[in-house]
Design a protein around this ligand. Structure first.
Ligand code: URA
Ligand code: CA
Length: 439
């Protein structure tokens, strides 16, 4: 294949054929094409775009670039969930066991956190003994035995995305909808999902800052799902402030368990139940979202969801007693309150800065080599819209290393805005996109 011709073709706004896209991906992962040529092609794509067919072909070419999970041994429709990334978002820890407790098989591959806060794997590893690295055979066996496994990604899944993403990162070509959508969808498809529920975050703390961008990304991904035969729905949820109250690995595990046990209400629970009911619905396990939500709520109230999380923890080597005894989770040496300096209403709590504040305490990574301290982080005591009085506790900082606290607190302070009048509230849920919303 002549790469120069391919670059010029896209530069001139012409369509690439399926064979061209496939060959490009295959040769690239074998190092037969130079990074500088791929960079030029990516930049041409940024300017000219990819149409629906090209985007679907790129997605499947990436899926075919490495190993794919074969989940045929697990009976039933396999539905996966993906979030574009938020702060205090433990929806996976809540909905995976809840959905599994409704009899739906859940085989979840999760990642670690880049950016400021831990990913699902980092959070699970805060549970003493928990091991996310199970062989594929063992993970499938676990799903057959108890209906759920949450494991780390295997090395050779979608290698084309790993290579392309690293290159996009350093060539100013990350922000292109077809490239983002194909990157995300290829990983879900390769991990064996028949159906995919997407949580696209919108707001100051999200990859997509405006509703318009978030809906556009949601449509792009739902469109790919439709074109490659995977039922896909997306909900657009708010990330102008953290979803839950806890930011930090063990603290988030505790909050997730509290939601699962019915001890905590609020947006984290609402979004988890909505995502979970979409999973039940597109999997064909319920006939309406309402029915799905009702089943999930039932399994919170009767304790089945929490028991399922205990099963998961036990089968992956962890201490399942954390479900009833939160003191078995890693504890920080100190808890330091952050106090309000004035009376008023909280008008914003910027999610990204709050994530950064928690990272500075040791809860997240600056680089992939950094080691996370599972015990540290912060717990918000207030949300946007709450009235506060001078001297009231706005958040508690869970600290192990005193030298981190000053900077963490000043970043937190910058995340926070307080005004005299009650502010307007943005909704948790901004909307949804289903296959029917797509041409
Ligand atoms: N997340 C991904 O997995 N891929 C992208 O391209 C952007 C965000
Ligand atoms: Ca952004």
């Amino acid at each position: 294949m002549n790469m120069v011709e391919l670059i010029i073709k896209k530069r001139e706004g012409k369509e690439l054929s399926q064979q061209e896209i496939e060959k490009f991906i295959q040769q690239y992962i074998k190092d037969e094409i130079e990074d500088y040529q791929v960079s030029a092609l990516l930049m041409a794509i940024c300017f000219q775009g990819l149409n629906q067919r090209e985007t679907a072909d790129l997605t499947m070419a990436m899926v075919n670039s490495g190993d794919q999970m074969n989940l045929e041994m697990i009976p039933g429709v396999k539905v996966d969930k993906h979030s574009t990334g938020g702060v205090a978002d433990t929806t996976t820890l809540i909905l995976a066991p809840l959905v599994a407790s409704c009899g739906v098989p859940v085989m979840k591959m999760s990642g670690r956190g880049l950016g400021f806060t831990g990913g699902t794997l980092d959070k699970l590893e805060a549970i003493p003994g928990f091991n996310p690295y199970q062989s594929m055979e063992k993970a499938i066996q676990n799903v057959q035995d108890i209906g759920i496994a949450i494991i780390g990604q295997t090395h050779n899944m979608v290698p084309a995305d790993k290579k392309l993403y690293a290159l996009r990162d350093v060539t100013g070509t990350v922000d292109q909808l077809s490239l983002i959508a194909s990157s995300i969808m290829s990983k879900k498809i390769a991990s064996g999902a028949d159906g995919i529920v997407l949580d696209v975050k919108v707001g100051s703390g999200a990859f997509m800052n405006t509703e318009e961008q978030a809906f556009a990304l949601a449509k792009e991904m739902v469109q790919i799902g439709k074109n490659v035969g995977r039922k896909t729905v997306a909900i657009i949820t708010d990330m102008n402030q953290p979803l839950g109250m806890a930011v930090g690995n063990a603290l988030e595990v505790k909050e997730a368990i509290q939601v699962l046990r019915g001890e905590v209400e609020g947006p984290l629970k609402e979004v988890s139940l909505l995502l979970g009911s979409h999973m039940l619905h597109i999997g064909g396990y319920v006939s309406s979202l309402e029915e799905g939500k009702q089943k999930l709520e039932e399994n919170i109230q009767n304790g089945k969801g929490a028991l399922k999380l205990a099963d998961l923890i036990r089968l992956q080597g962890g201490d399942e007693r954390v479900i009833t005894d939160y003191t078995l989770l890693p504890q920080s040496k100190e808890i330091i309150p952050f106090l309000a300096q004035q009376d008023g209403y909280i008008s914003s709590m910027k999610a990204q800065e709050i994530g950064k504040s928690s990272m500075l305490l040791g809860a997240g990574r600056m680089t992939m080599e950094d080691i996370i301290d599972p015990a540290v982080g912060l717990v918000m005591k207030k949300r946007v819209g709450d009235p506060i009085r001078k001297g009231e506790v706005i958040a508690e900082f869970y600290v192990n290393k005193k030298e981190h606290i000053k900077e963490a607190m000043s970043v937190f302070e910058r995340a926070l805005h307080i005004q005299k009048e009650a502010p307007p509230l943005s909704p948790y849920i901004h909307g949804m996109v289903t296959g029917e919303d797509i041409k």
